[in-house]
Design a protein. Structure first.
Length: 289
């Protein structure tokens, strides 16, 4: 006999249903304000479509799903380390938050918004997580990480894949003149220019900036606005054709369809937590024309 999903005992408000998406358990939101899909695996939002708009999020058609799989696309919750960790020794890239099954703690309506709260299972001893999704005409995601019985140095990120018409024709505003580490050049230190960032090749930059970022999507005819909180850096990533061929869960021709703009506390901007202490990183998205 299969175990019922952890969400099944929580009352769901109108417009929210527990269903099966890509063969796994997910919460499906369908209200007048927005549609969305939130997977219990990884507390992973894979779609947010506000009324009258196209999806903010890109999701790979070749992504894997299920226990211990990292979904490619949407908003992966990265932590408690970023990449291979600050010392480069972690075998599991980007930590374990995105590969465990979270539990639904509450679901409610607040005006037009659906508010969903997911938590890590009780056996997550060294660190507990709480993720709150406010889904409506805007989207807000807040991730709180709380240390267990021992102090921790934590990295975390909201690894958002923004859907764009053509990554070669976007402009990223809000990072001008900022210091950054270039992960395509061994974390070499550099400084961005005074103009909006335009991507011209494989990009993996950890930018020392934590303010609002606006992605102007020329082909899609819209602006994607990211307003972070509790963060210290913004990571901009796209593999380009140079790296996508080595990635089994992204089609070789799909790299122009997204850009990752990630609010984060990463590398030397990690957060030190004492036992029982927590830190929240969050972001609110809206679409403008």
């Amino acid at each position: 006999m299969s175990t019922p999903p952890a969400a099944s005992s929580v009352p769901l408000p109108e417009g929210v249903a527990l269903g099966t998406v890509h063969g796994v358990d997910a919460l499906v939101v369908d209200t007048r304000a927005a549609r969305a899909v939130l997977h219990l695996d990884g507390a992973h939002l894979t779609s947010w479509v506000p009324a009258g708009e196209a999806d903010l999020l890109w999701l790979s058609p070749d992504s894997a799903y299920g226990p211990r799989e990292a979904i490619r696309g949407g908003i992966p919750l990265v932590g408690p380390w970023f990449g291979p960790g600050r010392d480069g020794a972690m075998q599991v890239k980007h930590g374990w938050l995105r590969t465990i099954t979270w539990e639904l703690a509450s679901a409610a309506l607040d005006g037009e918004d659906v508010v969903l709260e997911l938590v890590t299972p009780a056996d997550a001893v060294t660190l507990s997580g709480r993720a709150v999704f406010r889904i409506g005409r805007e989207l807000s995601v807040d991730l709180t990480l709380t240390a267990g019985p021992t102090p921790l140095e934590v990295e975390a990120a909201l690894h958002t894949y923004l859907a764009v018409g053509d990554v070669r024709r976007i402009a990223v505003q809000g990072l001008e003149d900022a210091d950054y580490l270039d992960n395509t050049r061994g974390l070499a230190a550099d400084v961005l220019g005074a103009d909006p960032l335009r991507l011209t090749g494989s990009t993996d930059r950890i930018v020392d900036a934590a303010g609002e970022v606006v992605v102007t999507d020329e082909v899609g005819g819209r602006r994607l606005v990211s307003s972070p909180r509790g963060t210290a850096t913004t990571i901009v990533w796209n593999p380009w054709d140079e790296l996508v061929a080595s990635m089994g869960d992204i089609p070789d021709d799909a790299w122009p369809q997204f850009v990752c703009v990630e609010p984060a506390v990463a590398k030397d901007r990690f957060v030190s937590l004492q036992p029982g202490q927590g830190h929240t990183i969050g972001v609110t998205y809206r679409i403008e024309h």
